[in-house]
Write a protein that binds this ligand. Sequence first.
Ligand SMILES: *Cc1c(COP(=O)(O)O)cnc(C)c1O
Ligand code: SF4
Length: 358
Amino acid sequence: MGTDKSSILTRRASASQPDWRVELSASVTDPGTLLRLLGLERSLLPAAHAAARNFGLRVPRSFIARMAYGDPRDPLLLQVLPLQAELDEIRGYGPDPVGDHNAELRPGLLRKYAGRALLIASGACGINCRYCFRREFPYAGHSAAAGCWQAVVEAIAADRTIREVILSGGDPLVLPDDQLASLTSALAGIPHVHSFRIHTRMPVVLPTRVDAGLVGWLASIPVPVTVVVHANHAREIDTNVAAALGRMRAAGCHVLNQAVLLHGINDDPDTLVALSETLFAAGVLPYYLHLLDRVTGAAHFDVSEDRARQLLWELSRRLPGYLVPRLVREIEGHPFKAPLSPLPPDETFEAEPLPHPL
Ligand SMILES: *Cc1c(COP(=O)(O)O)cnc(C)c1O
Ligand code: SF4
């Protein structure tokens, strides 16, 4: 966690606005608690415990509140519940599917694409997504927060080709406001850094994070700021999330969304259309729809390229162009995230795919 215990304990939550640190530390990390809160069968528990040993369960209670009670196939639940299928060894799936190690300029700084550098600002997240391509990433010693910000800032200052700095992770918004502010003020002092981007799931999973302090920090940044949030399903965006997204826009940020195409969660046309429309209603445009990165333990989420391209056809047919995300796959060594083109659905295309294998 990017926050220390004493700051969690000394800051009191007010009745109207719960303190996000308190909420974050009250996240559910025990599979038995999650199943009990949702009224689900205890038979799921041994597998959940076994899979959580590799990559822990973590989910804020406000996100659990958006799940349907008693439904083991709830699309929000399936993003966080550890399953037996994660323990299967599948060929073609490994610990570093997108070549992050080879792109590491120095610990905590990835340099893959022209003009952009990605800073691993924190090793922690507000939620642990089972499909995450960084689920195997050795954050210890590879996060810029691990006492080496100065060196990362110097490396960015020394490379005049870097125009945009992306704060990513983990999730940068698990860090306290003062740490974020000291990082961006150091970076904003570098003349060739023209913009910032923040890749974060916190406004979606823990919307109270977008509090007055965070909004004040965003508004104070002297260069354009793009916030790329991450929601995979329209049900993640309730009124609190929509309000948090609105506060970031009011602070002057461009707000975009990236999603991952996930079998059993959003791999059907109606769900993807609803996601784009719900984002739009919250003032957010879809940016990327990622094909799954083939990380160990996530094979059961994969969607074939043909099906993905047929879904893209359906989205392109049904939505205005600005609500159609770019369907991309990250390929190690490729100079940009590789786009896939729409494919007309054939007779094998099913609007409703097979259910997710529990
Ligand atoms: C995805 C990514 C970026 C950003 O790429 P865009 O196509 O500009 O969104 C930058 N650096 C790394 C290491 C990335 O993985
Ligand atoms: S929030 Fe993002 S980085 Fe964190 S576990 Fe989920 S997908 Fe991975």
